[in-house]
Design a binder for this molecule. Structure first.
Ligand code: ADP
Ligand code: ASP
Ligand code: MG
Length: 402
């Protein structure tokens, strides 16, 4: 079998953890499998590098930032290779460039376009364990790019798809995907299986256990994922097209995202085309918005609010302020003290019951809902950020601990 194994930053944070992971890799290899391993930067390395950059330049070019960030993963694979060498195992470490992971040019958030397999195949044919840096690729200028935070998951899935791997295992610091973040909600339950669609929603709504793009890619190429612990031997969670549900579960999981802000455009002329102009200005600035609400018009004007990622606040604000006259509104304000709490589960629209249980849980916890959005598979509520953990706990209690 050809197995792709990915280990995240906390799983390789120091020498002891590297040795622990090396034993897992060795075991797989000694069973006779071809093994391709994707590693993240050790522990908080990526954050530390970002801090170092900020000390010298608050606004470094994205190209140079990626040049810096890619070094974290390079350290991990080289150190792991040395550890495996010390165990007399044949191994080679490769960067994204050496493998031929080609991306578009969006530094900091690049998308993988193509993965060359020649070098990987050649190394596997020599019966070597192949270690690959996660989170990075090269663009058409042969410059390094990074794939966005959590991007090593995406590297692993892309390699598994390109190599038609038999298994793709994502090892992390928890035992799988849970009904809520197990570090925040002690009663969270481990899921045996979850569908791509549900996992994609959870990941997009803030469950960082998998990067959402990795799930998107897994779904597109039919790569079945297994999320499991690098520290504890226990069955993990399978992420696949169709999943067995634990009966009696009305929802699959709850996620929280605090890295969002609400932008409100006040006193927009209440006439056809205004909403279009506002959202078009934001979209042209390359900003994605979520949960849009418009108030009932009064005195010929109306207010419109929507949610953006923290990283897009400045872009969205600038795009709107510049056009206040052309669009026709009075003021644009930003509220960063919000969080989005989402419940996810296939086919929940069929039951209004889910929505009312969510609202009841928040009401019981005296948490005010500021915005709501629903889809076939999720309900999101915007609330005050300081209440976010309490909100997740309250909703979890209502659905899973009754
Ligand atoms: P890695 O470094 O292995 O990539 P991450 O920190 O990116 O690990 O992701 C694992 C973390 O995701 C866990 O430690 C956990 O706190 C968090 N998490 C959030 N939501 C969930 C969830 N529903 N199930 C499991 N883990 C979750
Ligand atoms: N090291 C990168 C990050 O911290 C990529 C990853 O961990 O997946 O985001
Ligand atoms: Mg991660």
């Amino acid at each position: 079998m050809l197995i792709v194994q990915k280990f995240g930053g906390s799983s390789v944070r120091d020498a002891e953890r590297i040795r622990n992971v090396a034993r897992t890799i060795a075991e797989t290899f000694l069973l006779g499998h071809d093994v391709v391993v994707v590693l993240s930067a050790q522990g908080d390395t990526t954050d530390d590098l970002l801090e170092k950059a900020a000390e010298l330049n608050p606004n470094p070019s994205k190209r140079e930032l990626d040049m810096l960030l890619t070094t974290g993963e390079q350290q991990s694979v080289a150190l792991m290779a040395m550890c495996l060498e010390s165990m007399d195992l044949p191994v080679v470490s490769l960067t994204g460039w050496q493998v031929g992971i080609r991306t578009n040019s969006a530094y900091g958030f690049a998308r993988i376009r193509r993965v060359a397999t020649e070098r990987l195949r050649r190394e596997l044919d020599q019966h070597r364990i192949v270690l690959v840096t996660g989170f990075q690729g090269v663009n058409k200028f042969d410059d390094y790019t990074t794939l966005g935070r959590g991007g090593s998951d995406t590297t692993a899935v892309a390699l598994a798809a390109a190599l038609h791997a038999d298994r793709c295992q994502i090892f992390t610091d928890v035992e799988g995907v849970y009904t809520a973040d197990p570090r925040k909600v002690p009663a969270a339950r481990k899921l045996g299986e979850i569908t791509y669609d549900e996992m994609l929603e959870l990941a997009s709504m803030g469950a960082q256990v998998l990067m959402n793009r990795s799930v998107e890619l897994a779904k597109r190429y039919g790569v079945e994922l297994e999320v499991l612990s690098s520290l504890v031997r226990a069955p993990g969670t399978k992420v696949k097209e169709v999943a067995k549900r634990m009966e009696e579960m009305k929802i699959t999981g709850i996620a929280k995202d605090e890295k969002v802000a609400r932008i409100t455009v006040e006193k927009i002329a209440d006439k056809p085309g205004s909403a279009f102009k506002v959202l078009n200005a934001v979209a042209k600035a390359g900003v994605n918005v979520d949960i849009i609400i418009q108030s009932t018009g009064r005195d010929g004007t109306t207010d419109m609010s929507f949610v953006v990622a923290d990283t897009d606040i400045d872009k969205a604000h600038a795009a709107l302020s510049e056009r206040s006259e052309a669009i026709g509104f009075e003021r644009v304000t930003v509220d960063k003290e919000i969080a989005k709490v989402s419940v996810v589960g296939a086919g929940m629209m069929s039951s209004l019951e889910v929505a009312s249980l969510v609202f009841e849980a928040l009401n019981d916890a005296h948490i005010n809902i500021q915005m709501i959005s629903t889809s076939e598979i999720k309900i999101s509520c915007v609330i005050e950020q300081s209440a976010a953990d309490r909100a997740v706990a309250a909703i979890h209690g209502k659905f899973f601990e009754a």
